[in-house]
Design a binder for this molecule. Structure first.
Ligand code: W6P
Length: 342
């Protein structure tokens, strides 16, 4: 909430941002009621119920915040400085949300009435998460949407390479729902690119996924031949402000299943980074795109990564973005050096 108040003034004034801020205030009050109560079965029960209430209250807050950003864009000119601040804020805001929801889920699953005794899961954590299963699951779900929209879909080829224990399944301590979220997002992007790029010949090259395990990293590489992305566009894919089109509303969400880049990719990257992994894209324009999800192979290296509010973060909002100290001359004259074939 302190950080919300450092947002550019214009954005703070947007109605949706006000709603978000009020929800946080309400939830903070809800939780503070438990600061000084006796810990007994009744209060623990109430605490669980409060957590569930808070989780529901904040269910659509990403859309509300995105709406706030759209409201700003429609009413003001957004300069590079403001855009940079909003990018920084949303990364931290959404990462904080991922972690709070993880805690709420763990608490309600472990101490609430949602207990599932015979599963190996610890709350939402699977201590022996089979990556290939999640890959196949995410593929099938994305494929349903793709079939619905394009009446066809590319095949999947999955392989794995376990460098340390040849032949054995690659398993990891992880939150399967997080992995699913990332893979589902990547599959949707790849499928759309493939379907659009090969629309005329009705032959669709398969998506290839390789899961590898080394000493330090587990990598999931997804390769599509969907025509690629120009290098100049790559950075934009992770920008919140770049998804210019208004998000589909709930009612028409199912009619545009593979619709444009919303917050899908940046949020997926946050999920990867949350446990000290990463998500990167590499593309060959005209050919196809590789997306790699990096995960820590060792769970002791995969503690959660959290934004903290301190002098550094508040300073960020105040300091100007540095104007570039590199030149690129396009005109004639002595300073012009170009690669030219004549
Ligand atoms: C594309 C664009 C993209 C974004 C993310 C993941 C895969 C792909 N493929 O053509």
């Amino acid at each position: 909430m302190k950080e919300i108040h450092l947002l550019p003034e214009n954005l703070l004034k947007m109605p949706s941002v006000g709603i978000v801020n009020n929800m946080y205030a309400t939830s903070f009050e809800d939780i503070m009621q438990f600061e000084k109560v006796d810990v007994n079965e009744t209060t623990l029960d109430k605490f669980c119920q409060t957590l569930v209430k808070i989780r529901n209250r904040h269910k659509d807050i990403v859309e509300t915040m995105a709406q706030g950003v759209l409201e700003l864009k429609e009413s003001h000119d957004v300069d590079a400085q403001t855009e940079n601040n909003i990018q920084y804020f949303l990364d931290r805001f959404l990462m904080s949300r991922i972690s709070i929801r993880m805690l709420i889920n763990q608490h309600t699953l472990l101490f609430g009435n949602e207990l599932n005794g015979h599963s190996r899961h610890v709350g939402s954590i699977d201590p022996s998460c089979e990556i290939i299963s999640v890959v196949k699951d995410a593929y099938e779900k994305a494929r349903l949407l793709c079939d619905q929209y394009y009446l066809a879909s590319p095949e999947l080829i999955v392989q794995q390479h376990n460098e340390l224990e040849r032949c054995s399944q690659i398993r990891i301590v992880y939150v399967p729902s997080h992995l699913f979220h990332m893979l589902f997002e990547l599959f949707k992007n790849s499928m759309r690119a493939i379907m659009e790029h090969h629309s005329s010949n009705a032959e669709y090259p398969a998506i290839e996924v390789i899961v590898s395990r080394g000493k330090e990293d587990i990598c999931v590489k997804m390769s599509d031949r969907g025509g690629g992305i120009p290098r100049s566009q790559m950075d934009h894919l992770f920008k919140y402000m770049y998804s210019t089109a208004p998000r589909p509303t709930k009612t028409d969400a199912h009619t545009v299943p593979l619709a444009g880049y919303g917050y899908g990719l940046p949020v997926s990257r946050l999920y990867a980074r949350y446990f000290h992994g990463d998500l990167v894209l590499q593309s060959c324009d005209g050919y196809g795109t590789d997306a790699i999800i990096y995960l820590k192979a060792l769970s002791n290296e995969a503690n959660e990564l959290l934004p903290i509010f301190n002098k550094t973060s508040s300073k960020f909002y105040r300091t100007q973005v540095s104007t570039t100290d590199w030149s690129s001359h396009c005109g004639g004259g002595m300073a012009t050096r170009q690669l030219r074939m004549s």
